[in-house]
Design a protein around this ligand. Structure first.
Ligand code: MG
Length: 455
């Protein structure tokens, strides 16, 4: 019996009613429920058009295998993770496709510690699914379902303990929040207002059609937010992805910044307050993360790409801070998962304590130029393309912790790795000048495309 791989970098993902059908979700739910041996589970969903349908189907499968369900409703992923860690439950299931386009959805399984299941446990669920080994209970032992209210309030209150409300209130920052029609709208505007910011919102109606902008807070999608900064005369702009575990920041001049710049900013002030701590980050992050750590007496531990790897490494080695180039900030004192609302509160806290503008704070960090790109590649070809890429780049100094990361003499680098969620290769590069980094990305996009087309 062949075990079918279902989980990617971040849960089971696919296009709703094509890959992710209710029929599939019932069987996967039954497999997850059998894995948890009929325990008590929390569930939540994002605001996608298919999320209610997929939640109901997944919950049916979970209840069939005897799990009792506590539904917290619409919520950011980190809100579900936070309440999971604090509750007496076996784990949780989140229905979300995070930053993926509107037609996608996903089923993410969370362990009792609030972090996504590790790979070995995912394989156990895949085995149950592939062998149809789920165990329906008799009529007396079918799970029961209830809803749990107040989870989002609990989560929002908890974040306030990690920042200085007094300083933030005194600074009376003007903030524009752009949740991108995702569930971040339910938390971040309220959190920042309660901390004393003057908050404006755009795209703050939860809408699975994502009318305002695509769910990924990529810089090229944030033109409305950048324009709103000037219109409102705001100090800080915050954009989330669809499930609000990521935050991308815009400064007072209306300029949006790459995630690893804001990660490095929060890292710097974290290390100033917690000298000698370890910072966990994936190989796709900027060398600025390492330079800030060196300058402030911290250490860096690199991981393969994927938020689960950062979270699990943080818990394993007891690290309190992690960050990803896509705008994921993991603040261990709150919870060791990436959290967009927590990231926004931390940045507001730094601006308030230093009384400096965001552009000044970011300009004080070491400067590098980075660029990202993507090359289409059908999923079945990914392994073959990666192998050929490894052979063709042997002459360079190469790191293979995840994909291929090529280091050049002048400390510029390019990382080429297959996406775990989409049929593409992602390219990340960094160099001393904008021209150099564009040339690197262009050169390697062509190389990868050529290999894909001849594979
Ligand atoms: Mg996300």
């Amino acid at each position: 019996m062949e075990i079918r791989r279902l989980f990617g970098t971040n849960g089971v993902r696919g296009v709703a009613n094509v890959d992710l059908t209710p029929e599939f979700a019932i069987e996967l739910g039954a497999s997850i429920g059998t894995f948890f041996d009929g325990g008590k589970l929390l569930v939540a969903r994002d605001g996608r058009t298919s999320s209610v349908m997929l939640l109901e189907a997944t919950v049916s499968g979970l209840m069939q295998s005897g799990c009792d369900i506590l539904d917290i409703g619409l919520a950011p992923t980190p809100a579900l993770q936070y309440v999971t860690r604090l509750s007496d439950v076996s784990g949780a299931v989140m229905i979300t496709a995070s930053h993926n386009p509107p037609e996608y959805n996903g089923i993410k399984v969370i362990d009792r510690d609030g972090v996504e299941l590790d790979r070995e446990k995912e394989v156990e669920i895949e085995k149950i699914y592939s062998t149809k080994g789920w165990k329906p209970k008799d009529w007396k032992n079918i799970g029961i379902r209830s809803s749990k209210s107040g989870a989002i309030d609990e989560y929002r209150e908890a974040m306030k303990c990690h920042v200085s409300e007094e300083c933030i209130r005194a600074a009376s920052l003007k903030v524009v929040v752009d949740p991108g029609n995702g569930v971040g709208a339910l938390v971040t505007p309220y959190l920042l207002r309660e901390l004393g910011c003057q908050v404006y919102t755009i795209n703050a109606n939860v809408d699975g059609h994502f009318p305002g902008r695509p769910p990924e807070p990529a810089i090229q999608h944030l033109s409305t937010l950048c324009a709103a900064m000037k219109a409102f005369g705001a100090d800080l702009g915050v954009a989330h992805d669809g499930d609000a575990d990521r935050a991308v920041f815009v400064d007072e001049t209306g300029m949006a910044h790459w995630g690893d710049r804001s990660v490095a900013l929060v890292e710097k002030y974290f290390l100033m307050e917690n000298p000698g701590e370890t910072v966990v980050t994936p190989v796709s992050s900027s060398v600025v993360v390492e330079e800030v750590a060196q300058a402030h007496g911290g250490k860096v531990v690199w991981t393969p790409v994927g938020s689960i790897n950062v979270s699990r490494t943080m818990l394993k080695i007891g690290a309190k801070f992690g960050g990803e180039e896509n705008g994921g900030i993991f603040y261990g004192p709150h919870i060791a998962v990436r959290d967009g609302a927590m990231a926004a509160a931390l940045v507001a806290d730094i601006m308030s304590k230093t009384r400096k503008s965001l552009s000044t704070l970011l300009n004080e960090l070491p400067k590098h130029h980075s660029s990202k790109s993507r090359v289409a590649c059908p999923n079945p070809l990914k392994d073959k393309v990666l192998e050929r890429l490894r052979q063709e780049t042997r002459k360079f100094k190469v790191e293979t912790l995840d994909g291929v990361k090529i280091w050049f003499e002048d400390r510029s680098w390019i990382l080429i790795r297959p996406s775990g969620t989409e049929p593409i290769f992602r390219l990340f590069a960094e160099a001393g000048t904008g021209e150099k980094v564009s040339a690197l990305v262009e050169e390697y996009s062509k190389i990868v495309d050529k290999i894909v087309k001849s594979s």
